[in-house]
Design a protein around this ligand. Structure first.
Ligand code: ADP
Ligand code: MG
Length: 385
């Protein structure tokens, strides 16, 4: 097992059209011994570059890379005990499974007897023993990916870096390989960094999750924590089956109370009177621009005729979609705003129908309207800046 530490790591490329591009723009990150870290980010956010920097295939433009407190920034890949599974597996098509697995050992001039023993051991372990003489073209996607894993593990690294290892696989194979990865991590006590653009994968595998955007780390923490307390609007929108509803607006003073007024406060915009405690936490009417965030599952929908003592606002059903799991996503128009709410099946929906939407204020997220950063930290501290 090994610990990894990145200290302000940066990697820039010179591109003909865009000029200097920071693929990784100053990332500091620690991965504990034996941890399974998932790195989630959209395509082009710097995930592959980050792994290449840790593996030593790229040299950072600035910053340092540490493995177990050893500064290995200048070390070549062979000197680091790191196994990398490339995006797409990157097997040699003209070599059979045996030779693909044996390659890292051949490059290190491992004696023949030991090489054969290790390849046999790894093939058996990954269920590839009867496929040793096949070439990658004669394997299923899942088998190919297991060969790529075997090649990364054959030198018994203490760190395993995975670049979108499940991306090319279909449903059942994905699930199988996912279980295999969890098993590998447990049995070999590896430190794993798994990058992906798929949040299902990241949530299912990562003990912690790091969200990357345009080369910058947005937030790192247990998946649940990121989902429940996103650090900014990017993380808030990026995580979840359906993005969080966001309504930009400002805090104003109306008849002695703090009110959240959406948009420019014109006709058809949402206006919410805030309880004293929340108003104070947000910094009161002086704060200016804020953005209200509400997860679709936190909106409560009721038929508008229902008599209720809870405050609600009227919205109109535009359309809805039902998932295989029996969830229904209802798209609503609330004045000039559009919102999505998640409801169980069983609600009688008709396009154009009026519904009552409730926003439980305790579950609402608040973000600074300028920076997009959460106002929670401030809320917890109880101070204003
Ligand atoms: P991801 O794996 O998240 O899709 P990458 O790390 O591959 O992202 O790329 C991040 C950014 O860096 C992209 O804008 C990409 O075009 C750029 N980039 C990556 N590698 C190179 C390279 N060798 N030369 C020039 N630009 C690169
Ligand atoms: Mg990539």
């Amino acid at each position: 097992m090994a610990r990894i530490r990145l200290d302000c790591v940066r990697k820039t490329f010179r591109e003909r059209r865009r000029g200097e591009v920071a693929a990784v723009a100053g990332v500091s990150l620690e991965v504990a011994e034996g941890e399974y870290l998932a790195v989630l980010g959209p395509s082009g956010s710097g995930k592959t570059t980050l792994l290449r920097l840790i593996a030593g295939l790229d040299r950072p433009s600035a910053g340092r890379v540490f493995i177990d407190d050893r500064d290995c920034t200048e070390e070549p890949p062979e000197a680091r005990e790191v196994g990398l599974v490339f995006q797409g597996g990157a097997l040699f098509p003209h070599l059979d499974v045996f030779e693909n697995l044996a390659l890292p050992l051949r490059l290190r001039r491992t004696p023949r007897a030991e090489l054969e023993r290790r390849v046999d051991e790894m093939s058996a372990w990954l269920g590839l023993d009867r496929l040793q003489r096949r070439r990658p073209g004669e394997l299923s996607g899942g088998e190919r990916q297991r060969v790529a894993l075997g090649r990364a593990l054959i030198r018994h690294p203490s760190v395993l870096l995975l670049d979108e290892p499940l991306a090319a696989l279909d449903g059942p194979m994905r699930r199988q390989l996912r279980r295999d990865l969890l098993g590998l991590h447990r049995q070999l006590r590896l430190t794993v960094i798994h990058v992906t653009h798929d949040q299902g994968e990241a949530f299912g595998l990562g003990q912690r999750l790091a969200v990357l955007r345009e080369g910058e780390l947005q937030q790192v923490g247990p998946p649940r924590e990121l989902y429940e307390r996103p650090a900014n609007v990017f993380v808030a929108r990026f995580l979840g089956n359906m993005p969080m509803n966001l309504i930009p607006g400002r805090l104003c003073l109306e008849e002695g109370s703090t009110v959240f007024a959406a948009g420019d406060g014109g006709p058809g915009t949402l206006s919410l009177r805030l309880p004293e405690e929340i108003a104070r936490r947000l910094g009161g009417p002086g704060r200016g621009a804020v953005t209200l965030g509400a997860r679709p599952e936190d909106l409560e929908l009721a038929e508008a005729v229902e008599t209720t003592t809870l405050p609600g606002v009227r919205a109109e059903v535009e359309e809805w979609e039902e998932t295989a799991g029996g969830e229904v996503w209802v798209h609503l128009r609330l004045g000039v705003h559009r919102l999505v709410a998640r409801v169980g099946s069983g609600l009688d929906l008709k396009a154009g129908d009026g519904m009552l939407v409730r926003l439980p204020l305790g579950r609402v997220h608040w973000f600074d309207g300028e920076t997009g950063k959460t106002l929670r930290g401030q809320a917890l501290g109880g101070t204003t800046r």
